[in-house]
Design a protein around this ligand. Sequence first.
Ligand code: ATP
Ligand code: FE2
Length: 324
Amino acid sequence: MKVLGIESTAHTLGIGIVDEDEVLANQKDMFEPEEGGIHPRKAAEHHYQHALELLNNAEQEADIEIKEVDGIAYSQGPGIPQCLDIGAVIARSLSIKHDIPMIGVNHCLAHISIGTRTTEAENPTTLYVSGGNTQILDFRKGRYRIVGETQDVALGNALDKLARTLGYPHPGGPEIEKLAEKTDDIIELSYPIKGMDLSYSGLVTEVQRKVGDFEDELLANSFQEHAYAVAVEALERAMAQEGSDEALLTGGVAMNSRLREMVEKMCEQRGAKAYVPPPEFCMDNGVMIAHQGMLELKAGRKTSMENSGKMPNWRPDEIEVIWQ
Ligand code: ATP
Ligand code: FE2
């Protein structure tokens, strides 16, 4: 079975094609704002302007024509509404043109599924950290339960905001990482964990207020140490609660080497294993959507035209997992 996947939840437009054994195509193009964060309409414009080119490139890379695939999967949510619309429109057009079923998939679940496909993790507790989401998830009784999450902004978004204050372009996570690597010192900040939940908004403001009083690298390192420590603490608690011996770290912020190190160390100390997908599958990509679509199509799930609209606030625990 071959499935095409369309990712368009935020700044990345991704087109992937997979079959059971391999990735046949992985095309992407990222919207890079000239200033500020992601402007919804401009990101959506970027996506429709690049859609045809990426589809053509994906056909060439996979050496197949789109009409030969068995399913058209797309990110139905959660995400930026204007961006989700573009993915849904591309999916509907291809589905009608070639008479191929559509599968609207949940973006968060796709991050987890590509994690278990590309690593040896079988039933991990997941720390999913990206620009738009920060969640800790466990698979229990047929659903991915969100056992902890941010109460305000996502970790990636917090890093992007701090970087912007320091004068760096989007995405800010890699810039904060580079700055932080220049020092081992930290200053004490608040430690924003409440039970299993996190909150990053106050921590960003706290550091923003110190800009100018301390070196940028000291602020970057202090922010990383505090922000990652609370996430890893919540992950550890979730693992302890579930008796889980596998952790999966995924989403764009999983590219961060300090966060990886902290997760690995925590797992080592508990006799558990830490898994991180290859970088190209941590960030948003079309392959994970194609793979998720393939799992669901095989289990008999298809999305009708009338139910194919965007779901900007779709939570992963709303979905009954019928594919595993
Ligand atoms: P989602 O739709 O799942 O919320 P997203 O649109 O935010 O995803 P991703 O590619 O998953 O897209 O993640 C992007 C985020 O990852 C940005 O906030 C970026 O700053 C952050 N990021 C990327 N690389 C690093 C890094 N090395 N360290 C920290 N953060 C990083
Ligand atoms: Fe994502």
